[in-house]
Design a protein around this ligand. Structure first.
Ligand code: PKZ
Length: 247
């Protein structure tokens, strides 16, 4: 059954267009996998597979006890902006879990893999972040609280961790606005160190698209906007779902 399921998944992924919104994958992937489970296994197993494949994944983009008062205040401010077209994007520990709308492909394909930014169990230890997007304005903002395990220079955030949150925030912005992409180029100017434990705003804006290319710019500032920590530009290239997953 597993081999057939993977074959179905590979065929489907190869034929999905890169412009497809990740959320649209949910129904087709779940249906495909459940149908193949029904076709190729015994009824009792089918029920077990259905349960295992389709349980709802945990959303890491909601407040947890490690969030500081400043992080909570920003979260509430952006949540309240809902009426002005700001949408909070859910965040899961595996990209596949989200794109498949359940545990489907996530459990079948490299099941021990985990998103780099969500790979620590301890809340508040590493990357605490949530992303809000505004489709009409082609912008996204990531609220980022840097935990103690992200140290680079003493007391401050590692440059690689800053690059990671920029890549993630701009990547989510590009994916949300243009469909599945991979980072082709990332340029960062580090302007002021980010103190560990502080909360910063990672503001992303889609500058333009040219064919398969999406150009996004980004600024990291202190929560009140008074201090510039980093500026970046990123180029993303649209890819098929199959390329993204590695089928
Ligand atoms: C509802 C939705 C919610 C959203 C919820 C989503 C959740 C999402 C969570 C994940 C968020 C994490 C985001 C991390 C994102 C990564 O970290 S991705 C990992 C790092 N990136 C990589 O490993 C990519 C490695 N590179 C490659 O695979 C390939 O080079 C690429 C980038 C796919 C491009 O290859 P290709 O498809 O063969 O395209 P190619 O023909 O070479 O180039 C296409 C165009 O781009 C240009 N180009 C390509 N590379 C470059 C370059 N480096 N510089 C300049 N131009 C370039 C080419 O010149 C060409 O231009 P034109 O001729 O069309 O004008």
């Amino acid at each position: 059954m597993w081999r057939n399921t993977m074959r179905f998944a590979a065929v489907l992924c190869r034929h999905l267009p890169p412009q497809m919104n990740p959320q649209n994958l949910t129904a087709s992937l779940k249906k495909m996998i459940l149908e193949s489970a029904v076709k190729f296994s015994r009824p009792a197993r089918t029920i077990a597979w259905s349960r295992a494949l389709c349980s709802a994944p945990k959303d890491y983009g909601v407040p947890n006890p490690s969030w500081s008062a400043e992080m909570m205040s920003l979260y509430e401010r952006y949540s309240a902006k809902g009426a002005e077209s700001w949408e909070r994007l859910p965040s899961y520990k595996r990209y596949l879990t989200y794109s498949a709308g359940g545990q489907c492909l996530s459990r079948l394909h490299k099941p021990t893999a985990r998103l780099f930014t969500r790979n620590l169990e301890e809340e508040g230890a590493g990357f605490e972040y949530t992303v809000f997007a505004n489709k009409a304005e082609r912008r996204a903002v990531c609220l980022f609280q840097a935990g103690p395990l992200l140290e680079g220079p003493p007391g401050h955030v590692h440059g690689g961790a800053i690059a990671t949150i920029i890549d993630s925030a701009t990547g989510i912005c590009a994916t949300y606005l243009t469909g599945f992409v991979m980072t082709a180029n990332l340029n960062i100017n580090y302007r002021n160190p980010i103190p560990l434990g502080s909360v910063v705003l990672v503001e992303c804006e889609l500058d333009r698209t040219e064919g398969r290319k999406t150009f996004v710019s980004c600024r990291i500032t202190s929560a009140d906007g008074s201090k510039l920590h980093a500026e970046a530009t990123a180029l993303f290239v649209s890819v098929s779902v199959g390329t993204l997953i590695g089928f």
